[in-house]
Design a protein around this ligand. Sequence first.
Ligand code: ZN
Length: 230
Amino acid sequence: MFIGHYGVALALKRAEPRLSLGTLFVAVQLVDIAWGATILLGWERVIIHPGWTAASPLQFTSYPITHSLLAAGLWAAAAAAAWYTWPTKDTSRHGRAALIVGLAVASHWFLDAIVHIPDLPLAGGDSAKIGLGLWNSIPLTFTVELGLLGLGLALYLGGGTRKHEVRPLLAVGFAALLAAAYVATTLGPPPPIVTAIGIGAIVMLTALAAIGGWIDRARPRKAAAQHHER
Ligand SMILES: [Zn+2]
């Protein structure tokens, strides 16, 4: 799954407006960012296998460190703990925000389980593997991916408050570009080499998180005050 993860992040922003979209974009893709590193290091393995599934040329032969259910729980707990202990003066609803960061991280595995063929292990590499296999159908894959992103966007746009102003044009523009890029890359040629996939995952997912943080940036106080007076 790719853009569906961003739908979850947008929905969780509404659930906990204190969390930046940048933080949530990192959280929902944390294990894929880590996976970019583990395939570069050779700790996990993927094969480029055009036609392996209709919607993805990637054959995930081993990735228990980032994509087992057990690992998802551990990554989620670590991320929640990191958020909880993050030095900040504002600790109101800190526990709730930390819990939502953990949920965002864990959600990745469950969304992946919808589209992957059974290659997501429960624990170690030899454990039972899960996957509903929606990637075998491009129409079904696009329906679920675009549907989740659209649903998340709708929840996000409806959840603006005075403290956490929503920028509808930026958010809609971002989602539209993300969806177009996703459809184009899915229908386009497979990546050339695994190194490109690893570097691409780290760079692209980090850049998307930076854009999320920028879309969700706090309004300067003076401008916010003027805005409030109008
Ligand atoms: Zn993944």
